[in-house]
Design a binder for this molecule. Structure first.
Ligand code: KPL
Length: 299
């Protein structure tokens, strides 16, 4: 049995996969709990057809004693959620932290000193257009790794990867997370500030910012013993810009809908690491300040 925290777009997508694969699951709803959710796929295939999900919920106060406790949340919700559900969480249950951006891993390890922990990030695209509807816009890949090992990593990996295949497992998940952070540090704030789809970032006026943001992150990564070059980060980022040219980034959508963005866990994380390691990060700081300013307009 799997427990899924929250019925956001990715939470519903996970539940849909469980329904499809006949895997027993429960959702702990954090907002409304509709009895039916209408799921649409932008790219249809025999496995990806419009479907009605009939979600199975558990009470917010029920104990969490399943095979995996999956937290498909915004990065800034991860620590508060662990604090909230810790009292009812069996210390043997592995957590799967599934999010964009970075969270403070030391804090997580302290909060749950016994539970095994997977960190994962996915490039599946999904958004919730209403409480009882979810659009799955992209079938992507998932990257995962262990922050704290379990007694049987392969068993738990096997369970999780059925839900968001293909799933690549990494010995050094930090490398992967930092590389994803570098992509998000460029695409998310720039598309939100300039109100553009991802593909527009290929235009020359954005080049110098992309270079500067990537250079700062490459310096930080090298300080952390995660070898990389600025060029690698820039070409990684431009490959995603091209691949997702027509998409609007998650931060663009958050700003358009006047929702809290993940900027503190993206550019904010880069800047705080810069302060810690005495690496100057003016390009990332400038993006951070611009998004903070946009957020204050709608608060
Ligand atoms: O992860 C993304 C996001 O929108 O948050 C990218 C990779 C930028 C794709 O849009």
């Amino acid at each position: 049995m799997l427990t899924i925290l929250g019925n956001g777009a990715i939470g519903n997508l996970l539940a849909l996969q469980c329904q499809h694969l006949q895997i027993d699951y429960r959702i702990i709803a954090r907002s409304e709990s509709p009895t039916e959710i209408h799921c649409q796929f932008s790219q249809q295939s025999p496995q990806h057809q419009a479907t009605v999900l009939q979600p199975v919920y558990q009470q917010v106060t029920d104990s969490i004693d399943s095979d995996l406790f999956i937290l498909p949340l915004k990065a800034y919700q991860i620590i508060p959620a662990i604090q909230q559900y810790k009292p009812q969480l069996n210390p043997k249950v592995p957590l799967v932290l599934l999010h964009n951006g970075m969270v403070d891993h030391q804090h997580v390890l302290q909060l749950v000193p016994d539970n095994p922990i997977i960190i994962a990030t996915t490039s599946y695209g999904a958004f919730k257009h209403q409480a009882d509807g979810v659009n799955i816009t992209g079938i992507g890949a998932t990257q995962g790794g262990w922050l704290r090992n379990s007694e049987d990593n392969l068993y738990f990996q096997g369970l999780f990867e059925r839900l968001l295949p293909p799933c690549n497992w990494h010995e050094d998940i930090l490398q992967v997370l930092w590389r994803k952070l570098a992509v998000n540090s460029v695409i998310n704030p720039l598309t939100a500030i300039h109100n553009i789809p991802n593909g527009k970032l290929a235009e020359p006026q954005y080049r110098s910012t992309i270079m500067a943001v990537s250079a700062e992150i490459a310096t930080l990564m090298n300080r952390l013993d995660l070898p990389v070059t600025q060029n690698e980060l820039v070409s990684n980022c431009m490959a995603i810009v091209e691949k997702t040219a027509a998409n609007y980034s998650s931060m663009h959508q958050d700003v358009q809908h006047k929702r809290q963005t993940e900027i503190e866990n993206i550019s904010g994380y880069v800047v705080s690491q810069g302060e810690k390691l005495s690496v100057s990060t003016p390009a990332n700081s400038s993006l951070l300040e611009q998004i903070r300013k946009i957020e204050t307009y709608y608060k």
